[in-house]
Design a protein around this ligand. Structure first.
Ligand code: GTP
Ligand code: MG
Length: 181
């Protein structure tokens, strides 16, 4: 079988503090829907999205996770085999940005990859629409500097609410995951 025509399944794990918009980003990307109401994710579940990149059909298996500690407790079997880990924070809440390193380390610990340098992370700064950006607590520059310091992690800014840059961010996720294949 022609390798280039084979369907590629990419496992993507989405991590980040509670309320940053992980579920909202996925729902906007896959279903083009946004819900103003907050409903905490419990445990982990995935949705899939098919996309075509060049001549390749790619299936993204997007795993949503719980930011709230009491709903966590995913074993390392869950993380293993991940092709990409998306770290999400809320640009309006500093603490969620400061948590990124913990999420990154949790993933590295659990997924236990052979080569941590090539592990494909993507960072998303979400909710850039909020209050017209006036109450923003983390500048794009600061976020990009952090990403650069962790091995040039690709960085995207999004609004799940306004559907701003969401497609581009997940295309970046797919490309990053493919690059590690
Ligand atoms: P957990 O499941 O607890 O980990 O939270 P989560 O990261 O999945 O957050 P969720 O997607 O549930 O969003 C939390 C709240 O933020 C909801 O009320 C959303 O409507 C809102 N929200 C998500 N994305 C955006 C955004 O881009 N802009 C604005 N203004 N609100 C957003
Ligand atoms: Mg959620």
């Amino acid at each position: 079988m022609d390798v280039s025509r084979r369907r590629t399944l990419l496992k993507v794990i989405v991590l980040g503090d509670s309320g940053v918009g992980k579920t909202s980003l996925m729902n906007q990307y896959v279903y083009k829907k946004f819900n103003q109401q907050y409903k905490a994710t419990i445990g982990a579940d995935f949705i899939t999205k098919e996309l075509r990149i060049d001549d390749k059909m790619v299936t993204l298996q997007l795993w949503d996770t719980a930011g709230q500690e009491r709903f966590q407790g995913l074993g390392s079997a869950f993380y293993r085999g991940a092709d990409c880990c998306v770290l999400v924070y809320d640009v309006n809440i500093l603490k969620t940005f400061e948590s990124l390193n913990n999420w990154r380390e949790e993933f590295l610990k659990q997924a236990d990859p052979d080569d941590t340098n090539t592990l494909p992370f993507v960072v998303i700064g979400n909710k850039i629409d909020k209050d017209g950006g006036k109450k923003r607590m983390v500048s794009e520059r600061r976020a990009r500097e952090w990403c650069a310091s962790k091995g040039n992690i690709p960085y995207f800014e999004t609004s799940a609410k306004e559907d701003y840059n969401v497609d581009d961010a997940f295309l970046g996720v797919a490309n990053t995951a493919l690059a590690g294949e």
